[in-house]
Design a protein around this ligand. Structure first.
Ligand code: S3P
Length: 435
C-alpha cells in the first residue's frame, strides 16, 4: 500500500523521458489466458499493481503455477481449459472491476463453485450487467441485493452460446461473455453499442483460439484449445495520461513518454486534448506483439475549452478525471456529456472530481452524464480522492499547476494501477510527497 495522503506542490517544468508501468487491461487478460492455455507462457511488461497481482494470485489459488522471475515478468504454467481446481476460499479481486467481471465469466464454465469478493469500492459496483448475460448462457451466479458483490458462481452448469447485444459499451462485460463462451456449446456472439477495447479478442486469437471480430462485434465457439504464447505488455496509456496532461499544462514542459500503448480504443484523450490545442506528437510507432506502441512527445501549450465529442467517450472512459483537470486549466468552458458510466467506476468520478475541483477554486456544474467545467486557476486546498486511484493522480497533476499546495486524502489505491507514481512524477519535476 502506498501512504494514504499526498501533498502536491507547484512543479518545475516537466522534462525528460519516462516509461510508465505496463497496461492493466492487458496484464489481467495475459494471466487469465496463459493460465487456461496448454504450456508455458512468458509475460513481460506485466503491471506490478495490486489489481493485476490479485488476478495472478486468484489463479495460483486455483492451482496454476505463476512464477515471477523478475520485476514485471511472469511465467505462467498453463493448466489447460479444464485444469483449474476450486480455490480453497473466496477469491479476493481487490479493487479490480476487470478482475471480478472477467473471472465471473471464466468461472461460470467450471465444474466447481467459486466466490468472488472485493474491497469496499468494488463491493459497490454493479455486477448485474455480467450476471444477466451469463444467466442467459445457463450459468448459476448469485449476488447480494442490488446485484452487488460478493458473487457466488455455481459450477457444473452447462453453458450454451448466446447472441447478445450489450446495453452499455463495456469491454469487461463483453470479455466476461466471451470467456464464458470458451466453455459454451455452440456460438457466442456479442454486439456493442459502441466499439470498446478488443484485447480479449486479439489475445484469444494470439493464444490460437478461433475467433472472428470487428468494430463493435465478436463471435467465437466453444470446444477449442488455448496454446501458450508469450505476451509483451505495452506501457499503459491510462497511466501515461497523467503525464500527458501535466506536461501540457505546466509551462515550459517537454516530456517524452516511451513505449506507450496507442490502441485507438484507448487514446480518445489524445483527440480531446488536440482539439483543446495540446502539442502531442506520436513518434516511432511500431508493433509489440499484436499491439501498437509509440513514444509520445508532449510540450506545454495553452489549452482552450471544447465540447467533448460523445463518440470518443468510450475511447477515453478511464481518462475523464484527468481530462477534468485539463479542462479546469483551459481558457473557457468544456462540456462533457454521454459519460454516465463515470458514476459507477472505482468511485462516482463526476461527483468526486466536481467536489475536488470546486475546493480548488474551479467553477463546475455536474450533470447526470457529465459536467460543464469553466477553466480557471487552481488554489491550494484539501481534496478527497475517495479512494479512487485515477482521481488521486489527477488531483496531484492539479497540484503541479496550482498556486499553493494541494493536499489529497485517500491515495493508497494508486498502487492498484500505478506503483511508483510518486517517484516517477518527482523525477519529471513534480513536488509530490506523502504522509
Ligand atoms: C476495462 C474496461 C473498462 C475500463 C476499465 C478496464 C477492461 O471498463 O473502464 O478500467 O480492462 O476491460 P468497462 O467495461 O466497465 O467500461
Amino acid at each position: 500500500m502506498s501512504p494514504l495522503d499526498w501533498t502536491s506542490a507547484p512543479a518545475v517544468p516537466l522534462r525528460g523521458e519516462l516509461q510508465v508501468p505496463g497496461d492493466k487491461s492487458i496484464s489481467h487478460r495475459a494471466v487469465m489466458l496463459a493460465a487456461l492455455a496448454e504450456g508455458t507462457s512468458h509475460i513481460t511488461g506485466f503491471l506490478e499493481g495490486e489489481d493485476t497481482i490479485a488476478t495472478a494470485r486468484a489463479f495460483a489459488q486455483m492451482g496454476v503455477r505463476v512464477e515471477a522471475p523478475g520485476a514485471s515478468a511472469r511465467v505462467v504454467h498453463g493448466v489447460g481449459l479444464h485444469g483449474l481446481r476450486a480455490a480453497p476460499g473466496p477469491i479476493d479481486c481487490g479493487n479490480a472491476g476487470t478482475g471480478m467481471r472477467l473471472l465471473a465469466g471464466l468461472l461460470a464454465g467450471q465444474t466447481f463453485d467459486s466466490t468472488l469478493i472485493g474491497d469496499e469500492s468494488l463491493s459497490r459496483r454493479p455486477m448485474r450487467r455480467v450476471i444477466e448475460p451469463l444467466e442467459k448462457m445457463g450459468a448459476g451466479v448469485e449476488a447480494e441485493t442490488g446485484g452487488l458483490p460478493p458473487l457466488h458462481i455455481r459450477g457444473g452448469h452447462e453453458l450454451a452460446g448466446i447472441d447478445y447485444t450489450l446495453p452499455v459499451a463495456s469491454a469487461q462485460v463483453k470479455s466476461a461473455i466471451l470467456l464464458a463462451g470458451l466453455y459454451a456449446r455452440g456460438t457466442t456472439a456479442v454486439h456493442e453499442p459502441h466499439p470498446t477495447r478488443a484485447y480479449t479478442e486479439s489475445m484469444l486469437r494470439a493464444f490460437g483460439w478461433p475467433i472472428e471480430f470487428g468494430q463493435g462485434w465478436a463471435r467465437l465457439s466453444g470446444g477449442h484449445v488455448l496454446h501458450a504464447t508469450d505476451v509483451a505488455v505495452p506501457a499503459d496509456f491510462s497511466s501515461a495520461a497523467f503525464f500527458i496532461v501535466a506536461a501540457s499544462i505546466v509551462p515550459d514542459s517537454h516530456l517524452i513518454l516511451r513505449d506507450v500503448g496507442v490502441n485507438p480504443r484507448r487514446t480518445g484523450l489524445l483527440s480531446a486534448l488536440r482539439l483543446m490545442g495540446a502539442n502531442i506528437e506520436a513518434k516511432n510507432e511500431r508493433s509489440i506483439g499484436v499491439e501498437s506502441v509509440a513514444d509520445l512527445v508532449v510540450r506545454h501549450a495553452p489549452l482552450h475549452g471544447i465540447e467533448v465529442p460523445v463518440e470518443i467517450v468510450p475511447d477515453m472512459i478511464d481518462e475523464f478525471p484527468i481530462l477534468f483537470v485539463a479542462a479546469a486549466s483551459a481558457r473557457g468552458g468544456t462540456r462533457i456529456s454521454g459519460a454516465a458510466e463515470l458514476r459507477v467506476k472505482e468511485s462516482d468520478r463526476i461527483a468526486v472530481m466536481a467536489r475536488g475541483l470546486r475546493a480548488l477554486g474551479i467553477r463546475i456544474e455536474e450533470a447526470p452524464d457529465g459536467a460543464v467545467i469553466e477553466g480557471g486557476t487552481f488554489t491550494g486546498a484539501e481534496v478527497d480522492s475517495a479512494g479512487d486511484h485515477r482521481c488521486a493522480m489527477s488531483f496531484a497533476v492539479a497540484g503541479a499547476r496550482a498556486r499553493g499546495e494541494v493536499r489529497i486524502a485517500g491515495c493508497a489505491n494508486v498502487a492498484t494501477s500505478f506503483p511508483g507514481f510518486i517517484e516517477l512524477a518527482n523525477r519529471a519535476g513534480f513536488a509530490l510527497s506523502c504522509s
